[in-house]
Ligand binder design. Structure first.
Ligand code: UGA
Length: 442
């Protein structure tokens, strides 16, 4: 099937390559010329395991190309919209300009194909109510809208796109349009539906939009819940890692997303819960999401907690101290530093006068190219730790988790470790001569 994917960021680029992998003929559209040029050569503009191979293979096979010219969407039966919806400057609400812009640019190119009306498929995370407004616009050009939210995780983006745990189709109230939209998307996802038998839920537009933000809100809540327990553990000398393991054995609760630490970051959870609160307020139901305000505050407090702990461990004098920060990305296996707890903490300690050396296997080189006079970038953990008065592990890359405490204990000026992700073995680190501090652990 001929497919266009509008927006070639994390979501769109991976989606475009994945659709080509499924055998479709795909064009990815983006306004960023440099990104389009890179993608067109089969080169990934960001670090995502498995993505570059997928891209290379499908570009080489001639099933996948990229363009900045919207006219190149002509002839496609399906148009996916995968542009960003970042947090608005000075507000919690989502900035919808990219979605509005993508739809406006797409409209003049929507035309019936020999197989039937074109189908526009929304994948961006949007405030509830967006889809019905977009539907009106695309219907005016004879197209059908399906809202098909994306649940991919960075670091697992390819796997989550080609083999998601579920699919949601938000369909039109018009039965005929709904049937056509569903049938066309079923054809696109034939392998997922018929071979992999992935569950597919058919809903209305509003439900599909809400499923996405509800899922991310639930995940954020789970993380903040365990981080609130970490605060209780810190006040009582209890151990949140054991607590999480013990409650996680109850399969109604489950063990996943109960890792206490410096909290959640990234381009999704933080802005999604805020946009959800902003939308609830517009709808007059802000009380329903009052708890998300608390989820957000608990998350912020984790970063404050690390700053306070670091300040205490530096005897109240941060200025002039040498601090090693292991990690800059918001989580491992990505080079994404959007709303990264690691980078935020590093920058805040630097603002207090600390001399910060950051290292990150993937985000490090990107950081080194940015104009950041407050941060020095080191190539390895060993290099960053050398001469440090304090070491902070803030992104749990395997390289850092696997550090041998005995082998590196001689590197810092003072072997003091804040393990912001609770991934090191306290016993092992202490017996190697380190002063070890975890999050919510005695
Ligand atoms: C998140 C969701 O998990 C995806 O399902 C969703 O599709 C995506 O947002 C999106 O909306 O596009 P992602 O932002 O890639 O995916 O990251 P997560 O794996 O959810 O991690 C988010 C943050 O929570 C990270 O900073 C991570 O370190 C932190 N985290 C995660 C914890 O602090 N504790 C945990 O137990 C789990």
């Amino acid at each position: 099937m001929r497919i266009s994917v509008i927006g070639c960021g994390y979501l769109g680029a991976v989606h475009a390559a994945s659709m080509a992998e499924l055998g479709h003929d795909v064009v990815g559209i983006d306004v960023d010329e440099a990104k389009v040029a890179l993608l067109g050569q089969g080169k990934a503009p960001f670090h995502e395991p498995g993505f570059e191979e997928l891209l290379e293979r499908n570009v080489a096979a001639g099933r996948l190309r990229f363009s900045t010219d919207f006219a190149d969407v002509a002839g496609a039966r399906v148009h996916f919209i995968g542009v960003g919806t970042p947090q608005q400057e000075g507000s919690y609400a989502a900035d919808m300009s990219q979605v509005d812009g993508a739809v406006s640019a797409l409209l003049p190119h929507l035309a019936p194909t020999p197989e039937g009306p074109p189908v526009v498929v929304g994948k961006s995370t949007v405030p509830v109510g967006t889809a019905s407004a977009v539907a009106e616009r695309v219907e005016s050009r004879g197209a059908i809208l399906v809202w098909n939210p994306e649940f991919l995780r960075e670091g697992f983006a390819v796997q989550d796109t080609i083999s998601p745990d579920r699919m949601v189709y938000g369909l039109s109230r018009d039965e005929q349009a709904a049937d056509t939209g569903r049938a066309v998307l079923d054809e696109v996802y034939d392998d997922l539906i018929n071979r992999q038998q992935i569950p597919r839920l058919l809903t209305d537009y509003a439900t599909a939009e809400l499923v996405k933000v509800a899922a991310n809100s639930f995940l954020a809540t789970k993380i903040s819940f365990i981080n609130a327990m970490a605060e209780l553990c810190e006040a009582t000398g209890a151990d949140v890692v054991q607590l999480a393991e013990a409650i996680g054995h109850d399969d109604r609760i489950g063990k996943k997303f109960l890792r206490a630490g410096v909290g959640f970051g990234g381009g999704c959870l933080p802005k999604d819960i805020r946009a959800f609160m902003a939308r609830a307020e517009e709808l007059g139901v802000d009380e329903a999401l009052g708890f998300l305000r608390e989820v957000d505050s608990i998350n912020d407090r984790r970063r404050d907690h690390v700053i306070t702990l670091a300040t205490d461990l530096l005897d109240g004098k941060v200025a002039g101290k040498q601090v090693a920060v292991l990690g800059a990305a918001f989580k491992p296996d990505t080079d994404d530093m959007r709303n990264s707890p690691a980078l935020d903490i590093a920058a805040r300690l630097a603002a207090k006068g600390a001399r910060i050396t950051v290292t990150d296997p993937q985000a490090g080189p990107i950081l080194a190219e940015q104009d950041r006079p407050d941060l020095t970038v080191a190539g390895t953990a060993e290099e960053a730790m050398t001469g440090a008065d304090l070491v902070l592990l803030l992104t749990e890359w395997r390289q850092f988790r696997d550090l041998d405490p005995a082998a590196v204990v001689g590197l810092p000026n003072r072997p003091v470790m804040i393990d912001g992700r609770n991934v090191l073995d306290p016993k092992q680190w202490r017996s190697a001569g380190w002063t070890y501090h975890g999050m919510g652990r005695p």
